[in-house]
Design a protein around this ligand. Structure first.
Ligand SMILES: *Cc1c(COP(=O)(O)O)cnc(C)c1O
Length: 383
């Protein structure tokens, strides 16, 4: 088998045309002619299957070492299709630090359909075991939490899940298959917001699900086709293209992130840096064992008394914006932006203070990013 970077480019051969095109065409046709009434060709209608989307789905399945991939119109549509395999009365354990939109989908949508959820700290394996009930069917989490980058062990959770006949579901948006392949570590379903690193250019909203087994693939396919949140062929092409440069982009994200961590740790204005690459924590030990790198997101607390709003608004190069995982560096204040839906007590419980800053490190020159952070810190330090 070829190595990972080769797989990024060549996992699927492009052989469905007579032109010699090296890339799969964007098939815009919504419908496909039947050779005869009795036998349809592979394709019949584009919600049910589209050659461009299919290419992307196979591409991601190969990278995650899964049985089948499925592409959706957003990360949320992908998560919806996964949670919709369960039935009323089923109970699912969810990490207490998952993406805010996932909490909204759970609390304001799926609970109305009698799915039961318990939030649990997935770093606390005792607590996970204790929360399992007779009707529990799955454990759902993100390996690196947002925004504090707490690390959950896929191996440990998958072991507990297997002991109790539960599915392990991992949202792998922050790491991507370049840095972690949860199915290899025992997970059953992997989800991506492909809007982030897989797309990588802040120009497409998309979601992916990869299953470990054919049986799970049948259930996800039923929901993809039946609920209908499919990715368009144009957007499938953008994600396909983004994935081809995933390795080179992630290498730069990683090296920039580690330089920025080193810089932040040298500054008096910073009270604490959150990054799983920092040695000496249990998070680092898990990440070292189960990932091939510590990601491109760095969070940090400004020292009490320093004005976090002034700091993020005073940057020139780094953009003040939500989202993450793209070529440009983005900074934000979780308490006011990505995590504003949490009440203040919930924020504090999650460690999200007004001093907390989340930085999605982009692909610019590290020296320029550090110079921008430095002038921003100098400004707030002087105030
Ligand atoms: C952004 C994000 C989502 C939601 O994806 P969309 O593409 O915005 O619908 C889900 N999980 C994580 C971890 C995310 O960062």
């Amino acid at each position: 088998m070829t190595k990972f970077n080769t797989k990024l480019i060549h996992s699927q051969s492009q052989h469905d045309n007579q032109t010699g095109a090296v890339n799969v065409p964007i098939y815009t046709s919504t419908t496909y002619a039947f050779p005869s009434v009795a036998d349809k060709s592979t394709w019949d209608y584009s919600r049910s299957g589209n050659p461009t989307r299919d290419y992307l789905e196979n591409q991601v399945a190969a990278l995650e070492n899964g049985a089948h991939g499925f592409a959706f119109s957003s990360g949320m549509a992908a998560i919806h299709a996964v949670l919709a395999i369960f039935k009323p009365g089923d109970h699912i354990l969810v990490s207490d630090t998952i993406y805010g939109g996932t909490f909204r989908l759970i609390n304001d949508f799926f609970k109305r359909w009698q799915l039961e959820f318990t939030e649990v700290d997935t770093q606390d394996l005792q607590a996970v075991r204790a929360a399992i009930r007779p009707n529990t069917k799955a454990i759902y989490f993100e390996t690196f939490s947002n925004p504090l980058l707490k690390v959950t062990s896929v191996k440990a959770i998958a072991k507990i899940a297997h002991d109790h006949d539960l599915l392990t579901i991992v949202d792998n948006t922050f790491l991507t298959p370049y840095l972690q392949r949860p199915l290899d570590l025992g997970a059953d379903l992997v989800i991506h917001s492909a809007t982030k690193y897989l797309g990588g250019h802040s120009d497409v909203i998309a979601g992916i699900v990869v299953t470990k087994t054919d049986a799970l693939a049948e259930q996800i396919y039923f929901n993809q086709n039946g609920i209908g949140g499919v990715l368009s062929p144009e957007d499938a092409n953008l994600v396909r293209r983004g994935i081809q440069t995933l390795g080179v982009r992630l290498d730069r994200h990683l090296s920039n992130a580690s330089k920025i961590v080193e810089f932040l740790e040298s500054r008096d204005e910073i009270a604490k840096v959150y990054y799983p690459g920092i040695v000496g924590t249990p998070d680092h030990e898990i990440a070292k064992d189960e990932t091939d790198g510590y990601g491109g997101i760095v969070s940090f607390d400004l020292r009490p008394g320093l004005d976090s709003t002034k700091f993020v608004e005073g940057l020139h190069l780094i953009l003040l914006a939500e989202s993450l995982g793209a070529v440009e560096s983005l900074i934000e204040l979780p308490y006011k932006m990505t995590h504003a839906e949490l009440s203040e007590p919930e924020q504090l419980k999650a460690g999200i203070t007004h001093q907390l800053v989340r930085l999605s490190v982009g692909l610019e020159d590290a020296d320029d990013l550090i110079a921008d952070l430095k002038q921003g810190l100098d400004q707030v330090a002087q105030a």
